[in-house]
Design a protein around this ligand. Structure first.
Ligand code: ATP
Ligand code: MG
Length: 575
């Protein structure tokens, strides 16, 4: 973590001001403010392509763009980078807006689309042709690649490079008018086929593509390339710092060339940072789309997905994601962040906030033979020991209860402090019980019922004679509990770096046990009216939230957000 230099120096409730970033990007901004490069302005943008749902990597970029602008009293635009109609859809636009807002950021009235600039971009291309800096090229895609050369070999000039301005203007106009087939011609910037930077070897800036655009319909059959549209869109919006991921570093000369050659007024500055990679996670939109389309997960918002919508449904909060983004910081070198850190962030928040409740995942019936039939006692259980204001609630207790199968063992190992034949255990906030006998399924031999006695003097959980009972387990009253579905999640992938090895298909690294659905869990009665999105700590089992899609009024479905075991705290304590 050391080289990811970030210092938290201020905190308040406003998402955009939550964290003060002290990093190399702030240093660049400081320099530009000092040298008056953009006057007093700092203006960033978050530029998603609407070809998928946002993921946790995007959250890093969102927090950075909105965060760093806000801390410099600047502004941030949301701009859809919709220059490739073949993959883009309105559904994605809407989901992206929802997710950015949910994360706590506000673009106010500054929502833009690169497609709004298609006419301007076209005019910029015409201007390049007019000043002899662009030409229509008839080479095929394969030929263009071949002519481009390699890192060690210079490229070869296209035979169409010397076309006259008039011919280029005419052909480009006819490209726009739909006179040529898809892929038959392109417009290329005329830069330098011998440049050591491959991106400068006459890059393609316009292509012919008959695809209906989600906003401009069939108005266009030529579309600008990202490398052309992006700097010019930045400049139009008077973006000062165009923050992007590291793989665009080698595109920066082209970015600058376009702004200089076209002599635009605002010469935005591209700044690169390392993208977020997370262990046991794939982050490429292509791969995420494949997981969805091929049904490996139940949609973009499947709680196992690293998408913002998946994390939300899983029970992550905007605060926990912003906290994660601030902890990982911003660096110049690529690395893989441990998924345990993300889990640690939500655990820490829910530990402070979540109401403690009791639910039994795999029920085992326990009958307390010396407890009066028909008697119902109510026990006060603390809602959150971490929060003195959280108060208590009453939980009903009766003769027949359920405990978790895991909390009983017929032949216990040494130091097993839960329920076992002849052994005592404390029922949380209720009584101490002792296992007296078992009833087994005749065929399978499985224990199906445990008979116990209780110590009437142990009301609330303490032995009257001060004898030690080490174990405390959770329980629910059989008569009062209701059945619910609970979904337990594990990492979606088995491999810490899925897809890294090109010889292995990332789909083969999917964890077959990433989802476990339990259908007859027993819940304490107060949970029956829990609302979608409500979050709880199920005692000893983890943090859970009510599923926002499959729950119905009176029938909540629970997702386990995370277990209680904090492997991150363990790692960081060791260090
Ligand atoms: P693709 O994987 O299809 O290339 P992308 O992930 O770059 O797409 P965009 O919609 O172009 O998706 O991303 C929007 C912004 O989010 C870009 O500025 C991009 O740099 C940033 N971004 C995307 N992935 C990450 C990541 N893993 N970490 C940090 N920033 C990211
Ligand atoms: Mg991209």
């Amino acid at each position: 973590m050391e080289d990811q230099n970030i210092n938290e120096i201020e905190k308040n409730d406003d998402a955009e001001n939550e964290v003060m970033y002290s990093n190399f990007i702030q240093d660049i901004i400081d320099d530009d403010l000092r040298s008056d490069r953009f006057g007093n302005r700092v203006h960033t943008r978050f530029p998603p392509e609407p070809n998928g749902y946002l993921h946790i990597g995007h959250a890093k970029s969102i927090c950075l763009n909105f965060g760093i602008a806000a801390q410099n009293r600047g502004l941030t635009n949301l701009r859809f980078d919709d220059t490739n109609p073949s993959k883009e859809e309105d559904e994605y636009v809407e989901s992206i807006k929802t997710d950015v807002r949910w994360l706590g950021f506000d673009w106010e009235d500054r929502l833009f689309y690169a497609s709004d600039y298609f006419e301007d971009l076209y005019q910029y291309a015409v201007k390049l042709i007019e000043i002899g800096k662009a030409y229509v090229c008839d080479l095929s895609a394969d030929q263009i690649r071949e002519y481009r050369g390699t890192l060690i070999q210079p490229g070869k000039e296209s035979p169409y490079r010397s076309r006259s301005t008039e011919e280029n203007l005419d052909l480009f106009k006819r490209m726009r008018n739909g006179e040529f087939e898809d892929g038959s011609r392109v417009l290329r910037a005329k830069i330098d086929m011998a440049s050591p930077n491959l991106n400068m070897r006459d890059p393609v800036i316009y292509r012919i593509m008959r695809a209906t655009h989600h906003r401009t319909g069939d108005n266009w059959c030529i579309y600008p390339m990202y490398d052309f549209a992006h700097p010019l869109s930045d400049s139009k919006e008077e973006i000062t710092h165009s923050i992007c991921t590291l793989e665009f570093e080698a595109h920066r000369p082209l970015y600058n060339w376009l702004l200089e050659t076209l002599d635009v007024e605002c010469k935005s500055r591209q700044v690169e940072f390392a993208r977020l990679n997370l262990s046991y996670t794939v982050m490429s939109k292509r791969k995420l789309l494949q997981l969805v389309k091929e049904g490996h997960v139940r949609g973009w918002d499947d709680p196992r997905m690293p998408t913002i919508s998946g994390l939300r449904r899983r029970g992550y909060t905007p605060e926990s994601i912003r906290e994660f983004c601030s902890r990982i910081g911003v660096a110049k070198g690529n690395s893989i962040v441990d998924l345990a850190l993300l889990e640690h962030c939500i655990r820490e928040e829910l530990n402070a906030k979540a109401t403690r409740v009791m639910g039994v995942l795999r029920p085992l019936k326990v009958v307390i033979d010396n407890y009066a039939e028909g008697l119902v006692e109510e026990f006060e259980v603390p809602n959150n020991p971490e929060d003195p204001d959280a108060g208590n609630r009453k939980v009903p207790f009766t003769r027949t209860i359920y405990i978790d199968q895991e909390d009983f063992c017929e032949n216990p190992p040494k130091k097993y402090f839960r329920l076992a034949p002849g052994q005592e255990v404390r029922l949380k906030s209720a009584y101490i019980i002792k296992c007296e006998s078992l009833i087994k399924d005749e065929k399978t031999g499985e224990v199906i019922e445990v008979h116990c006695s209780y110590d009437p003097g142990s009301r609330g959980g303490n032995a009257p004679d001060g004898r030690k009972v080490k174990g405390t387990i959770h329980w629910v009253s059989a008569e009062h509990a209701f059945d619910a579905e609970v979904r337990l999640y594990d990492n979606l992938f088995n491999d810490p770096n899925p897809g890294a090895d090109e010889n292995i298909n990332f789909l083969d690294q999917i964890n077959p046990d990433s989802l476990e659905v339990l259908t007859n869990c027993k819940m304490e009665p107060g949970l029956k009216n829990a609302k979608p999105g409500d979050m709880f700590q199920f005692l000893r089992l983890g943090y859970f939230c009510v599923d926002s899609v499959d729950s119905k009024p009176g029938t909540p479905v629970f997702n386990r957000t995370v277990s209680l075991k904090d492997s991150w705290a363990k790692i960081s304590n060791k260090e």
